[in-house]
Design a protein around this ligand. Structure first.
Ligand code: PLP
Length: 411
């Protein structure tokens, strides 16, 4: 008998599979579904960027292999831009920083875990987390060590909780600010304290996943610990990409910035898996003037601010203000289902303390045609993620249906 590897068996498929199947059935039956599950913007990329892709599509080199780590000029462009944006007082040359461009930031992360995790190594992350972190860590033989961040603390982890998990096996700690799935970013004060805290652990590397860093819509803008202590850059990896900031999830370009001496191992992993990333898009990115993104982001911020306002007013209108918190960035809201009136009904029907988020999300889709992602994907029970990147009118309709469902207490 042919069996999958134990690694593949241990790898969890998406918990949203059943939900997606029901959604597809509904769409095939011509039913309208309010799809709030998306992890992407519903906006076309900037026209200038599209023109750069068109222009580069005429060159033979756009269809040929690129160097494993990416086009050197584009790597420099990413490095220069990042160091300028974060106002780091030393240059990337002085710090001997490098950049590896991959097929999305997901690959950049996968490379990193592959390059550094040995069996039994531990990686600290905070729940609710981006769904792929723990799976990727485990695929490479590591152990995710999870700290539950609370809505009460604006989903910001307590340093005292991190301290409890730090040990000789700790390899990485992952920060994701702005955060998927909570739509918050950590405060400047927290980042300053984190910088100081990390000085006690010189052997632990830090991954700063900054994929949503351009998508904040309420001041203050996100800040990063290494802006306050640049010595930490010596063991930091910065993850970024074009999926969210260029509204281009399908083009699959992401990158990792980090100390050259360490990044070489990640590059080796990439060289034996996919080789260099998409040449056409790399060449288009090289051609494209990144300053043009400013207006694009300004407009996105206006839209996301409006969406967050629609959310707030819907929750207020339906007496659910106690379930609301102010989001500031990315385009998500994380809903604690256990605080909503409908939850009691589900609790009565189910004995034990199993997670009810999937059942609640399935019923919501069946009865109200609203699809949201169950919290099991993000490591917290009885919760769900909503995407706010929808047209305001459609979002308002979807939220009205959602709130009606959340308020239904009769069995
Ligand atoms: N990191 C976070 C926090 C994400 O939300 C995602 C995608 O949603 C990724 C990484 C991977 O993004 P991509 O591979 O599209 O660059």
């Amino acid at each position: 008998m042919i069996n999958p590897s134990s690694r593949a068996i241990a790898c969890k498929a998406s918990v949203t599979q059943k939900l997606n199947e029901l959604m597809e059935q509904k769409i095939a039956a011509d039913e309208f579904v309010y799809n709030l599950t998306s992890g992407q913007l519903s906006t076309r990329p900037l026209e200038d960027f599209i023109q750069s892709i068109k222009k580069q599509s005429h060159f033979l080199k756009s269809y040929q292999y690129s160097p494993v780590a990416g086009l050197p000029e584009l790597r420099d462009k990413f490095l220069r831009r990042h160091f300028e944006k974060r106002q780091i007082d030393q240059s990337y040359e002085e710090l001997e920083y490098d950049c590896v461009i991959g097929h999305g930031s997901k690959q950049a992360l996968f490379n990193l875990f592959g390059a550094f995790i040995n069996a039994g190594d531990e990686v600290i992350l905070f729940s609710p987390y981006w769904t792929s972190y723990p799976e990727m860590i485990q695929l490479w033989g590591g152990t995710p060590m999870i700290i539950e961040a609370q809505g009460f603390d604006s989903f910001t982890p307590q340093l005292s909780e991190i301290e409890k998990l730090m040990g000789p096996k700790t390899k990485f700690i992952i920060l994701n600010s702005p955060n998927n799935p909570t739509g918050i970013h950590y405060s400047k004060d927290w980042m300053c304290e984190f910088a100081e805290f990390m000085q006690q652990y010189p052997e632990v590397m830090i991954i700063s996943d900054e994929l949503y860093s351009d998508l904040w819509y309420f001041d203050p803008a996100p800040r990063y610990y290494y802006e306050f202590d640049s010595s930490l850059l010596d063991r930091t990896f910065i993850i970024d990409g074009i999926s969210k900031s260029f509204a281009s999830t399908g083009l699959r370009i992401g990158h990792c910035l980090g100390p050259k001496r360490l990044l070489n191992s990640a590059k080796k992993i990439q060289s034996q898996s996919t080789s260099g990333a998409n040449s056409l898009i790399q060449r288009a990115l090289l051609d494209f003037d990144f300053d043009k993104l400013e207006d694009f982001h300004k407009n996105l911020r206006i839209r996301l601010r409006e969406s967050s306002h629609v959310l707030r007013e819907s929750f207020r209108k339906f007496g659910l203000a106690h379930c609301w918190y102010q989001t500031q960035s990315a385009f998500y809201f994380y809903l604690d289902l256990s605080r909503t009136p409908v939850f009691e009904k589900y609790q009565k029907q189910n004995q034990g303390d199993g997670d009810l988020s999937e059942q609640i999300c399935m019923d919501l889709l069946s009865t109200e045609q609203v699809a949201i992602v169950p919290g099991a994907s993000f490591g917290q029970k009885h919760s769900a993620r909503l995407c706010l990147a929808l047209d305001a009118v459609v979002l308002e309709e979807a939220l009205e249906r959602l709130c009606r469902f959340l308020n239904a207490t009769n069995s």
